[in-house]
Design a protein around this ligand. Structure first.
Ligand SMILES: [Zn+2]
Length: 914
């Protein structure tokens, strides 16, 4: 029902060369205002919603054009005949599903491809009413991307793509045991599109969170990770769908079984040839089968039921007490109730609409710990056994309805489990979870428990205390939306779900419940597409209402419910912030850098082909200008000294050969110059100071890292290190001084030494060695930063868990102090900090709350004087605050997630307290 978040690095990784995880930002399409009609009450249903970054409209309603023939062929022919109007090429569409609701209504869902490669989230829908010669197109819409020119064949070597996918796992120990599955090519939408290879990477999270599955999309032209997210997609695919446990000789029967509420209830079971009975309900679709996981890990059931596990069985038709205490009886009964709701009320045959078997597994664990949760695993519902405070999670019908609705969503709109689309996925699951429960139990809509999710799971306490979420809420986008990176609830999918589910529940109370259920279901099955946001969700529900022939008064009630929750076009501009925006967030922003009063940042704005670099003033005067050329390469990982920038250009060069080049250009514009290319090894940590350029180069064969320095544009030269020494960190470069962590072995010990080097004298000027016996676990020292006359770095315990101390070395090497101790109340949690000559700014994230998600749990920026002092808040903005970069004095820039984008923003002084 809710997924624990696991500690990960910030929104954007910076450490590893070329392996930045990028955030997917779903853009909002502005609704074109309908022309004012003669009546005082405008039609709340938009007639036309334009697409953003595409010529194909997102929604066109009110059509009534003849389209005879089979639905799929008729829809295709209609789009072909009106190519000038809808800008959709039927040759690029593959039919995914034809949803038939009622006698004379069909929705054809098409998937877009580009040169035979599927486009992520590219779906277009045509809705038809009537039959035979009278069939008409009622409305069309979705996301079809017209500007795609991306290549359809990978340029980067296959082994390199796989290596980059693996590198997206940031913890080296987890990476060592990770498995990579190639899921094929996909085109990522936005501008010209990007060809990517989709990998599932399964790795054990060393921080103790259990196995993680990441969906990683590696740009197949540049070899750069384009998108990475923790995924709910099952990693394991296989295992029997039905377990064939109810073979032909099994006979349907009615038995009885104890449940978790102390009752004995009738259950639909099957009698086996040997005379025993199983929890197999053969009266509903292809069967409802219920299993006891016997304490196995929940991830073992993600791909189906493993061989050898049979449904819960009993020697006779009356099941023993264990069927009750494990939660199996409740899972079985609740699955039937959810099936009946969808079948009888909405005309849907099972989760996939095709009557496939419904599989539930109770009594599963989470990596040896209790699984105090429930989940939709892609093919099965899994329920934990609860704990001292909670019953097994199958005890609640609304929870069963929630998880099974995830299965329905997956087979209809397939809303992507991140950001606003993910929050709608969760919100719709909550809506139907509660709708199933109140319908089956005859609970009135004004009963105080009706809007509560999971209120019956607690062993003690009131329903209000126990409930995980409440759909009777006044949550709004403007007041409550938590804009966050994937490290927080996959971009706030549960936290923000109540904004959308609150509007849906209000509709259910305002209209009659049956009409509301049909309305939300029709929006899900016939209008929504995978990358839709809240505003598209509003338009989908309204358009569904019009097609259901709701009265104008009822449609206005629906619109009013969305208005009351702030779900309307342009809500982002009404969210209050205390920062100045330097550049609004595009997709795939890379962390900014600063120098000499200027910033440089990589991003993708709507018309960009791939990542482009932008630059502007840190005070916000003037408008940002694009720095990198549109040459088919990805431009990023920049450094600047305020006059020029240097960066990596990754991708095919003018001869089509894939490679990495270090290039430079003046910030004021001017020709791009290639400084060097064809370097052997992993290049990282580009830095710039006074026209000089430094970087690290790691030999992939020996894992040796060396520092290179280029003076005045000359060929870079390797700085000498003593025999046996290595560089184990990123790089600092400021005013002719370099800083790094140097490591070597001496007298049976490993030495790590934060080091300052003068480029003028070619000598080490300060070094602060830390010695650890070679059989001991060495602490983590990293992230050197030069500020004022000091070197700063991070120090964390050997097991790499938090907390992390921020240390400062004196200029002459005589002493080290803790600028921010590890046990400080506002300690550094994300290993991200930045410093000017006056102030240090860093990211602090409160320990995750045990229940729910709140603004306080998001990463926030703090600042303290370089000379030490009490940390204060940099900004009181509501969303996540990521990737701080200091300018002069106390001014700091960062990526701000408040409105669900990654805006580059600035403040001159810290806000203090919030
Ligand atoms: Zn959920």
């Amino acid at each position: 029902m809710h997924h624990r978040s696991r500690p990960t690095a910030g929104l954007l990784g910076t450490g590893a060369a070329l392996s930045l995880a990028l955030a997917l930002t779903v853009t909002v399409s502005p609704a074109l205002a309908a022309p004012p009609g003669p009546s005082a009450e405008p039609d709340p249903v938009p007639a036309l919603v334009a697409g953003e970054g595409t010529e194909a409209p997102q929604l066109v309603t009110g059509l009534s054009e003849a389209a005879p023939g089979g639905p799929a062929e008729a829809a295709r022919a209609f789009l072909a005949a009106h190519a000038d109007r809808f800008r959709v090429d039927p040759a690029r569409l593959t039919e995914v599903a034809v949803e038939r609701t009622g006698q004379d209504r069909h929705t054809v869902r098409f998937q877009q491809d580009h040169g035979g490669v599927p486009v992520l989230g590219g779906q277009y829908l045509v809705r038809l009413v009537g039959e035979g010669a009278d069939q008409r197109v009622e409305s069309v819409g979705g996301r079809y991307f017209t500007g795609l020119t991306a290549p359809t064949k990978p340029v980067a070597p296959a082994a390199e793509l796989r290596r980059q996918a693996l590198d997206a796992v940031q913890d080296p120990r987890a990476r060592a045991g990770a498995a990579v599955e190639d899921r094929g090519p996909v085109v990522l939408p936005g501008g010209a599109g990007r060809l990517a290879q989709h990998f599932s990477v399964r790795a054990d999270d060393a921080a103790g969170g259990g196995p993680l599955v990441h969906d990683v999309y590696v740009d197949a032209t540049t070899g750069v990770v384009a998108l990475a997210q923790e995924s709910s997609t099952p990693y394991r695919v296989g295992g029997p769908d039905t377990a064939a446990a109810s073979g032909p000789a099994a006979v349907p029967a009615v038995g009885s079984a104890p449940d978790l509420h102390g009752r004995t209830v009738p259950v639909n079971v099957s009698r086996q040839p040997d005379g025993s009975y199983q929890l197999v309900d053969a009266t509903r679709s292809a069967g409802i089968l219920t299993y006891d996981g016997g304490g196995r890990d929940f991830t073992e059931f993600g791909g189906g039921i493993p061989d050898g596990i049979l449904p819960v069985s009993s020697p006779g038709p009356d099941f023993p007490a264990s069927a009750g205490s494990s939660g199996a009886t409740d899972a079985h009964v609740n699955a039937a109730a959810v099936y009946d709701f969808y079948r009888n009320r909405l005309g849907r045959d099972g989760l996939d609409g095709k009557g496939s078997p419904i599989l539930s597994v109770v009594n599963v664990t989470d990596h040896g710990r209790p699984f105090v949760n429930a989940a939709w695993g892609g093919r099965t519902m899994v329920y934990g056994a609860g704990d001292d405070l909670h019953l097994p999670f199958s005890a609640a019908m609304d929870v069963a309805g929630h998880e099974m609705t995830h299965g329905v969503v997956e087979h209809t709109a397939n809303l992507v489990n991140i950001g606003q689309s993910g929050a709608m996925n969760e919100g719709i699951a909550d809506y139907f979870g509660n709708a199933v429960e109140v319908t089956a139990h005859g609970i009135a809509m004004d009963d105080p428990t009706a809007p509560l999710m999971g209120e019956s799971l607690c062993r003690t306490g009131t329903p209000q205390e126990c409930a995980t979420r409440n759909l009777d809420n006044r949550h709004t986008t403007v007041n409550d939306y938590l804009g966050a990176g994937k490290e927080f609830d996959n971009g706030g999918v549960h936290a923000n779900s109540t904004i959308f589910s609150g509007a849906l529940w209000d509709i259910r109370r305002t209209l009659d419940p049956l009409t509301a259920d049909r309305l939300v279901y029709r929006a899900l099955a016939e209008y929504l597409t995978p990358l839709d946001d809240f505003v598209a969700g509003r338009n989908a529900v309204l358009a569904a209402g019009k097609s259901l022939k709701l009265s104008a008064a009822d449609l206005r009630k629906v619109a009013a419910a969305f208005d009351a929750h702030g779900i309307k076009a342009g809500w982002q501009s009404r969210v209050g912030t205390d920062s100045r925006t330097l550049m609004p967030g595009g997709t795939a922003p890379l962390g900014p850098v600063t120098g000499g009063g200027h910033w440089v940042m990589g991003s993708v704005l709507p018309n960009d082909k791939g990542i482009a670099l932008y630059t502007g003033s840190t005070t916000g005067t003037g408008t940002p200008v694009r720095l990198s050329p549109d040459d088919g390469r990805t431009h990023g990982w920049a450094a600047t000294d305020g006059k020029s920038a240097v960066w990596l250009a990754v991708g095919p060069d003018s001869t089509g050969t894939w490679g990495i080049a270090v290039v430079t250009a003046p910030l004021t514009g001017g020709p791009l110059r290639t400084l060097f290319q064809g370097l052997h090894g992993s290049l990282a940590n580009l830095r710039m100071s006074g026209g000089d350029i430094a970087f690290t180069l790691t030999d992939n064969a020996t894992d040796q890292t060396r520092v290179y320095l280029s003076h005045d544009g000359a060929t870079p030269t390797q700085l000498p290190l003593p025999e046996g020494h290595n560089v184990s960190s990123s790089l600092a470069f400021r005013d002719g001084r370099l800083g790094w962590i140097e490591t070597w072995s001496a007298d049976g010990a490993t030495v790590q030494a934060p080091t300052v080097y003068s480029t003028a004298t070619g000598k080490v000027t300060a070094q602060y060695p830390v010695s650890t016996p070679q059989d001991g676990a060495k602490p983590f020292l990293g992230s050197p930063v030069l500020a004022g006359d000091r070197l700063l770095w991070l120090a964390a315990p050997a097991d790499r868990t938090l907390p992390t101390a921020l240390r400062s070395g004196s200029p002459d090497g005589s002493g080290v102090t803790d600028l921010l101790p590890a046990d400080s109340r506002y300690s550094l949690t994300e290993r991200e900090f930045t410093a000017s000559d006056q102030a240090v700014s860093y990211v602090h994230r409160s320990p995750e709350p045990t229940t729910g998600w709140s603004n306080a749990a998001l990463p926030k920026l703090y600042q303290l004087p370089l000379t030490g002092g009490t940390p204060v808040r940099v900004s009181c903005n509501r969303g996540g605050q990521y990737h701080p970069v200091a300018d002069q004095g106390t001014r700091v820039l960062w990526l701000d997630g408040t409105v669900g984008r990654n805006d580059l923003v600035v403040r001159d002084k810290p806000a203090g307290s919030c």
